[in-house]
Design a protein around this ligand. Structure first.
Ligand code: G3P
Length: 530
């Protein structure tokens, strides 16, 4: 041990929907050590998707342990890690006990669609009674829907945490009792992890970061405070909510394990993390991350752009406790990599995720097959929880290669739908799209995206952009390497390794023909669910 070198590194805990990883970066974003663990997914009923919050925490602890060992194996002391950041799957809702720090029920995952009826209930409420946006001022019907979007930047959808929280309170006796006894703490995944890493019930640091808070349907997007009108609308008392913090500041020190005493300096939702990691820090820059789902974020700077075309307005990040927030427009696709996982695990069509590219590359078209991957309804820009997953255009000619290609094309068409909305909302054309995430490893997938999208697709060489984003925010909090997230020039040396650009090659008329067919397939998938 005494011979271990001292370096200066930053750690990032990236807790996604299906796996957790801990990555140690140097000042140029070279990866010095990493460890990744998948954790169990629970699907107890159709449309339900749960996590065990304890298992999420355990995989985080194990990833930190293993990555520290790997780092030491390369000759560097773990004390070289000066600060860590956390980035996480967003919206997933965790409830735990203030007294004991233990979860009170399974966490409901962001893409769970059990709460469709809760949404219908609140839609009716907006139509009939409305929302009181300030004492005595009620907005009803379309005005009410619009008030919700103006306050929170979001539509009513099973996607957001408030709807899940309402369901948990209404269906779980233990949760209800804890609520009544003031023992209930609500948080998204970064809130749960920070609470645990910073000492659990002993210190009781109950915080949430602004970009994550902006996904709850409870945050006032303008003031970055909990919105009283929204709390009243959903009937929640404020004592269950965490304190809202910025994305880059020291929240406290890790209380146990190999990194005991190391500060946590960054918290950020994973998609916003990828925006930062791709250095899309100024107005007009966009990235799309293809993980379990796919999420296209377009930075709008200090301005909140309200979408008229089905996108979300969201906090991108808040650079420090006293800094002004940066906002983004977002298009969220619920199913991307998870469709490939479905081909592998449920349909047994492929034996590894990468095989989807190999199969798809064996054919030049899908042979007329379209796959609307609406496994839990459709998110942006459709916002239809009632849309059903649908394969259409099947014939005796169809083989697994066509299905594989149609799965990849589904991603590309949904990306294009979001880009079309972004063009309309922002009045700017998008010439290229920066991409990252597991699905972008396949060249065929990227070629199809460029062809169907009609724009250049820019894929960096180092694609751990999500983790890098939280590392940049954490480093900035302690001014490590001179990084300052508010000054992009201080990050000029980070991740400059280049990458690959995929240009569209498909004939324009063919692009438009298939686009029209896709839209017609989406129309057919809608309104199917009972
Ligand atoms: O909004 C959900 C999103 O944060 C999940 O991200 O990377 O786990 O698909 P990912």
């Amino acid at each position: 041990r005494s011979q271990l070198k001292q370096g200066e590194f930053v750690g990032s805990l990236d807790c996604g929907t299906t796996s957790t990883r801990f990555i140690v970066f140097d000042r140029y974003a070279n990866i010095m050590a990493q460890h990744q663990i998948e954790f169990p997914q629970y699907y107890p009923q159709p449309g339900w998707h749960e996590h065990d919050a304890r298992e999420i925490k355990e995989t985080c602890d194990a990833c930190i342990d293993e990555a520290c060992k790997t780092l030491e194996g390369t000759g560097y002391a773990k004390e070289s890690i000066k600060v860590i950041g956390i980035t996480n799957q967003r919206e997933t809702t965790v409830l735990w006990s203030r007294k004991t720090g233990t979860p009170l029920c399974p966490a409901i995952v962001w893409d769970d669609s059990r709460t469709k009826n809760v949404v219908v209930h609140y839609q009716r409420r907006l139509e009939n009674k409305g929302i009181e946006i300030e004492p005595g001022v009620w907005k009803k019907g379309e005005e009410g829907v619009d008030a919700l979007r103006t306050l929170a930047g979001l539509p009513l959808s099973p996607y957001f945490s408030a709807i899940k929280l309402r369901w948990m309170l209404d269906h779980n006796k233990g949760v209800r009792e804890a609520y009544d006894n003031d023992d209930l703490l609500f948080g998204t995944v970064e809130s749960w992890l920070a609470y645990n890493l910073l000492g659990g019930p002993a210190t009781s640091i109950h915080i949430t970061e602004a970009s994550n808070a902006s996904r709850t349907l409870l945050l006032d997007l303008h003031t970055l405070t909990w919105s009283q009108p929204l709390l009243n609308f959903f009937s929640f008392k404020p004592s269950i909510l965490p304190r809202i913090v910025s994305s880059s500041e020291v929240y406290g020190e890790i209380a146990y394990g190999p990194l005991k005493g190391v500060p946590i300096g960054g918290l950020v939702g994973d998609q916003q993390g990828a925006l930062v990691g791709n250095k899309c820090l100024t107005e007009g820059e966009a990235k799309c991350t293809y993980g379990t789902g796919a999420f296209l974020l377009f930075c709008t700077g200090e301005e909140i752009v309200k979408s008229a075309h089905g996108l979300l307005s969201t906090v991108a990040y808040k650079p420090g406790p006293n800094a002004k927030p940066v906002y983004a427009l977002e298009g969220s696709i619920a199913v991307a990599g998870s469709a490939v996982k479905w081909l592998r695990d449920s349909m047994k069509l492929i034996s590894s995720a990468d095989e989807v590219n190999k199969l798809a590359a064996q054919v030049t078209t899908t042979g007329g097959v379209y796959f609307v991957t609406a496994f839990s309804g459709l998110l942006a820009p459709y916002w239809d929880p009632g849309a059903a997953g649908m394969l259409i255009g099947l014939s005796s000619y169809t083989n697994p290669c066509h299905i594989a290609r149609a799965t990849i094309e589904a991603n590309a068409f949904q990306t294009r739908a979001i880009v079309e909305s972004m063009k309309l909302d922002s009045q700017t054309d998008m010439k290229h799209l920066k991409v990252d995430g597991g699905m972008t490893n396949g060249d065929t997938c990227m070629e199809i995206l460029a062809d169907i999208g009609g724009f250049s697709v820019v894929r960096p060489q180092m694609r751990e952009s999500t983790a890098l984003g939280s590392a940049l925010l954490a480093g900035s909090a302690i001014n490590l390497f001179g990084w300052d997230i508010s000054r992009p020039d201080t990050l000029a040396e980070v991740n400059t390794a280049g990458g690959t650009t995929f240009e569209p090659k498909l004939d324009e008329s063919e692009r438009e023909r298939t686009w029209v067919r896709w839209q017609s397939a989406v129309d057919r998938s809608r309104g199917w669910e009972e």
